[in-house]
Write a protein that binds this ligand. Sequence first.
Ligand SMILES: NC(=O)c1ccc[n+]([C@@H]2O[C@H](COP(=O)([O-])OP(=O)(O)OC[C@H]3O[C@@H](n4cnc5c(N)ncnc54)[C@H](O)[C@@H]3O)[C@@H](O)[C@H]2O)c1
Length: 348
Amino acid sequence: MTLRVGLIGTGTIGRDHIRRLTHVLSGVEIVGVTDIDQARAAAAAPAGAEVFATPTALISSEKVQAVIICSWGPAHEEQLLACIAAGKPVFCEKPLVTSEAAALRVMEAEVSFGSRLVQVGFMRRFDSDYRRLKAIIDCGELGAPLLFHSVHRNASVPEGLYTSEMPLNDTLVHDADISRWLLGDEIGGVEVRLPKQSRRGGDLRDPVVVLLHMVSGALVNVEISVNIAYGYDIRGEVSCESGTASLPLRPATIIRDIHGVRQAVPADWRERFSDAYDQEFREWIFAAGQGTATGPSTWDGYAATLVADAALWAVKNRSLERVNMRDRPAIYAPERDQLTQTSMKSAS
Ligand SMILES: NC(=O)c1ccc[n+]([C@@H]2O[C@H](COP(=O)([O-])OP(=O)(O)OC[C@H]3O[C@@H](n4cnc5c(N)ncnc54)[C@H](O)[C@@H]3O)[C@@H](O)[C@H]2O)c1
């Protein structure tokens, strides 16, 4: 059975997902696209796909079984609520939404629907290196995780469009989510340190260092640098009671020549996480075909939003800000996700 998908937002990542859903993956067809820039939507539409005038028209169309949201963060809430009201599975790029209140509205709508429909685009969870790292931590041979060092470096960000708040309310969400998932822990508090500012970004507050206090007492330190010039560099090392485990550098190919021994650095997230995005959508297509969702949930999007909010307050108040999550609704219980993952394995 082919899953008929409508995609909202045909910008950078929207077009990359259209490419993978059209040319890389099977069992899926993009039947419709839309964008506030209709010319951009028309240019990005695969052969045979309809260009809808609005997200509402796309979501309500009978042609569309499931939806992918790749619009800007502030537009996500309205589009997610429309998908849930229509009972359609929806993949939403990060951030889920941009405020705690909006996250709670989406959560309440999904809980009222009675089962999961939303998967959030935290693609690191689908990366084979992060999955190996998690398996090593989970098997317990290194003892309990005590520290996680997470490095998140971008070559550059769009001048004028990327503000000093965005390392904390846009970029940090990936590190916050992967920390919760890798360590199997929640984030209880957030501190931020602002080191000497890079002259490359003008007024942009860059880099920033974030300290995530996990509920277990483990600590995560995150370096976010968004103007590092040399490439997109993602690193992670977990320090446990009797050993450490770290991500390999990618691409792993080693070059030896007259300049010495070196590895290339990915240009951007599309290159570094290409395989992870493919796997993220393989799993989404399977679940959406069954009318549900697995993987990163509205709950996880809500958690990341709370951490982003706390980080902004931590800068303002120069303090350790507490993160207080409400009780987890039953539809987001981890066992439920595992059940669906198990049925997926036995079906594949
Ligand atoms: N998972 C990741 O690694 C990753 C990487 C990049 C971007 N993102 C996320 O993906 C989303 C899009 O990012 P991008 O880099 O493609 O941005 P972009 O600016 O290149 O594209 C966004 C597109 O959405 C359209 N749009 C905005 N609001 C809309 C609305 N209300 N209705 C219809 N169309 C609308 C814009 O016209 C634009 O074409 C953001 O939420 C971003 O944070 C995630």
